[in-house]
Design a protein around this ligand. Structure first.
Ligand code: HEC
Length: 254
């Protein structure tokens, strides 16, 4: 009886290979850990890779490229993750520049990748880990998102301005906003002092206070009473522009 129990337990352990652990063991020795997108941009676009001197893409570059270049991101998650898995099976066995999914503007900075042997099970776990990584990073490092009700409560208590971030799931500028602006340390510092964020999907949810939806992304600023609309703004902005917007909204508060 005990033996059967032990066997079941072992097979369960074997089944649950962790993608994170595999990445740590087999990939992290070369591919560096998370580096914020703003630092990467400045390094590659303004300084010709002379600041970070990266010879290998970072985990967030890989994860983002996989999620946005492989398969159809409008497919359901499982279908796209399967396409990523197939790409990795091929790429890890025979890496080559021709298969590169990174921008041609940056991939010439990198060394060549050696081929790596992994079991199908390990690659499946890796593909799930890398698929989820982008979202996990935004949740972990980005501005905290609350439900509207919760945001309202906090705003009342702490006299904060409610920001409704209106998005659509496949809007490229929303993704850019999430990756470049919402995770920026300077933005978060200014934001957290006086603001509280909630998000709504403009395709399926209604805005409060009878506000009309604008393009995505758009931002609707409501004062801590939950009734006064301070401002409405649509479109993408850089981290510095977003900070400027926040300062302006603060100034417009009655
Ligand atoms: C010995 C160092 C090394 C190890 C270990 C390594 N890589 Fe790489 N990897 C590289 C380099 C260098 C590149 C850039 C190659 C290029 O752009 O042509 C790369 C590129 C990639 C790319 C494609 C990026 C592109 O150009 O589109 C993927 C995907 C990738 N690695 C996944 C992995 C995974 C998953 C692991 C772990 C199982 C891993 N790598 C382990 C060095 C390594």
């Amino acid at each position: 009886m005990r033996l059967i129990f032990a066997i079941i337990l072992l097979s369960q352990l074997g089944f649950g290979v962790s993608g994170e652990k595999i990445f740590e063991d087999k990939c992290l020795s070369c591919h560096s850990d998370y580096i914020p997108q703003s630092k990467l941009l400045s390094n590659f676009e303004d300084h010709n890779n002379t600041i970070l001197n990266l010879k290998v893409p970072t985990i967030n570059q890989l994860s983002f490229a996989l999620k946005h270049k492989i398969g159809d991101r409008k497919n359901d998650a499982e279908a796209q993750q399967f396409e990523i898995e197939n790409f990795l099976i091929d790429y890890l066995a025979k890496p080559s520049r021709e298969k590169s999914i990174l921008s041609y503007k940056i991939n010439h900075f990198f060394d060549k990748m050696p081929s790596i042997q992994l079991s199908d099970e390990e690659i499946e776990a890796l593909s799930i880990y890398l698929y989820d990584y982008v979202q996990d990073i935004i949740t972990k490092h980005g501005i905290e998102i609350h439900s509207y009700q919760k945001a309202l409560e906090i705003a009342k208590k702490e006299k904060k301005i409610i920001v409704i971030y209106g998005y659509l799931p496949y809007c490229g500028y929303c993704i850019k906003m999430n990756r470049r602006v919402m995770v920026d340390d300077k933005v978060k510092k200014v934001f957290n002092q006086d603001f509280i964020m909630t998000k709504i999907n403009l395709a399926i949810e209604k805005l409060p206070l009878n506000m009309q939806r604008m393009m995505s992304p758009s931002f609707y600023f409501i004062d801590s009473d939950g009734k006064t609309i301070i401002d409405k703004v649509e479109g993408y902005g850089t981290a510095d522009e977003f900070i400027e917007l926040l300062e302006m909204v603060k100034g417009n508060r009655e």
